[in-house]
Ligand binder design. Structure first.
Ligand SMILES: Cc1ncc(COP(=O)(O)O)c(C=O)c1O
Length: 423
């Protein structure tokens, strides 16, 4: 075992059992160092929307690297692919003519948004609006801002004092948001952060009418609506570029990362509605906004994103994702009949959570890890989300039969575990 400290890992256990090294990818498959092929049911961490091994992106990246790998975009500097990508994103943004602030990933986008909404209210003379409301089960990245906004207890605990002025509400209740607005005083609230479909928290699609109702509440109270579309963006919601478009959210800010490049190069972005950007852009604005990252708008990352968007467009993969959401739900749905599964959450976007039964996990806390290990030994890669649900979020190029193979593999593993003496 070498010196690599794995993220989200128990290093004592990784050191003991060894690393699983992924060497190569093609389509929905990856290969390990021994040459074994695996069906990647999660598109890595939700991001590889166009699938692995896209030479077109590699070539766009190589071309940009040879011309100019990157140059700072601070102040009046700009690089060509960055300008092109910003305009292209503005064209598909849920709010027309949105301004585009680039970051290096999802956590950067979240923390940029936290700072942006608070700065916005100061810029318009309302510094008292500084409270941020978030939802239980939410995942908003791992920077200090995003950790403070998190709704998964295990991710928030253990750091002492985090960001002040964060209020958490039930994930599925417009009434809970309404009560919080009343309790805090609606004109003290800066923003509501919302994943249209909760992802890492376990895949929780919004209850019917939830998003319309919370959007209305925010509009009524003048609270900014921040759609965290780090997972749902770039087609993963199925049938549209963004969940905000699908659910007519007209958000003030949209947070992006992951599918923007399908992970070929790290990149994130915040799409800002013109009404929110105005105080920063208009004549007489109070000087520069002192925020940005060394790699904000990195030229090579932007070139990768442009090539990725070309593929999504040319192969109609956003439309294909729309077809897949029903297939995913109908193919995986029968797994809910297994006693070790309490429910299958699917049906909105190319994302599903196979929830292992809480009483079975309570009886054997090693169950979730054993399911994941059993699947890996059957050459299927998945991972656990909060609460013991298996993540399914494949590339949009996945074939219907591959989803059937995935279901059969899960079913076999559950059957074997039930048949063993321990369950
Ligand atoms: C909804 C959401 N927001 C933010 C993030 C953080 O993104 P990153 O890991 O790229 O920093 C994630 C990552 O999974 C996410 O799912």
């Amino acid at each position: 075992m070498g010196n690599f400290w794995h993220p989200f890992a128990d290093m004592a256990s990784v050191s003991k059992s060894g690393e699983f090294v992924v060497e190569r990818g093609e389509g929905v498959f990856v290969w390990d160092s021994a040459g074994n092929r695996y069906l990647d049911s999660t598109a890595s961490l939700w991001y590889c929307n166009v699938g692995y091994g896209r030479h077109e992106i590699a070539e766009a990246v190589a071309k940009q690297l040879q011309r100019l790998h990157a140059y700072s975009n601070f102040g009046d500097f700009a690089t060509r692919p960055t300008l092109e990508l910003a305009d292209r994103l503005a064209d598909i943004a849920p709010v027309p003519d949105s301004k585009v602030f680039f970051t290096s990933g999802g956590s950067d986008s979240v923390d940029t948004a936290v700072k942006l909404v608070r700065h916005y209210w100061r810029a318009v003379g309302r510094p008292d609006r500084d409270v941020i409301i978030v939802r239980r089960h939410a995942y908003h990245g791992m920077h200090i801002g995003g950790t403070s906004l998190g709704g998964i207890d295990a991710n928030v605990a253990g750091y002492g004092a985090l960001l002040d002025g964060v209020v958490r509400v039930d994930w599925d209740s417009p009434a809970a948001l309404a009560d919080a607005l009343t309790a805090i005083g609606p004109d003290r609230v800066a923003a509501f952060f919302c994943e249209p479909v909760i992802g890492a928290g376990g895949v929780f699609p919004p209850p019917p009418d939830y998003l319309r109702a919370v959007r209305e509440l925010c509009r009524g109270a003048g609270v900014l609506f921040v759609a965290d579309e780090v997972i749902t963006g770039f087609g993963r919601i199925g049938g549209s570029w963004f969940a905000s478009e699908r659910f007519s959210l007209q958000p003030d800010l949209v947070l992006c990362a992951k599918g923007i490049t399908s992970g070929y190069i790290p990149l994130g972005a915040v799409l800002v509605a013109p009404s929110i950007a105005d105080p920063f852009w208009m004549d007489g604005a109070s000087g520069p906004w002192r925020h940005g990252y060394t790699y904000s708008g990195h030229a090579t990352a932007a070139a990768a994103a442009l090539a990725n968007l070309d593929i999504l467009d040319r192969e109609s993969l956003v439309k294909r994702a729309g077809e897949l959401e029903g297939t995913l739900a109908s193919t995986l749905g029968p797994l809910a009949e297994h006693p070790l599964v309490s429910e299958v959450r699917a049906g909105v976007g190319v994302m599903a959570g196979i929830q292992l039964a809480p009483d079975s996990i309570a009886a054997d806390p090693s169950l979730p890890d054993r399911v994941v290990a059993g699947l890996r030994s059957r050459h299927v890669l998945t991972r656990l989300m909060a609460g013991g649900a298996l993540q399914v979020s494949p590339a949009f190029t996945v074939e219907d039969e591959q989803l059937v193979e995935l279901r059969e593999a899960v079913s076999d593993v559950l059957h074997d575990l039930s048949a063993s003496n321990t369950l």
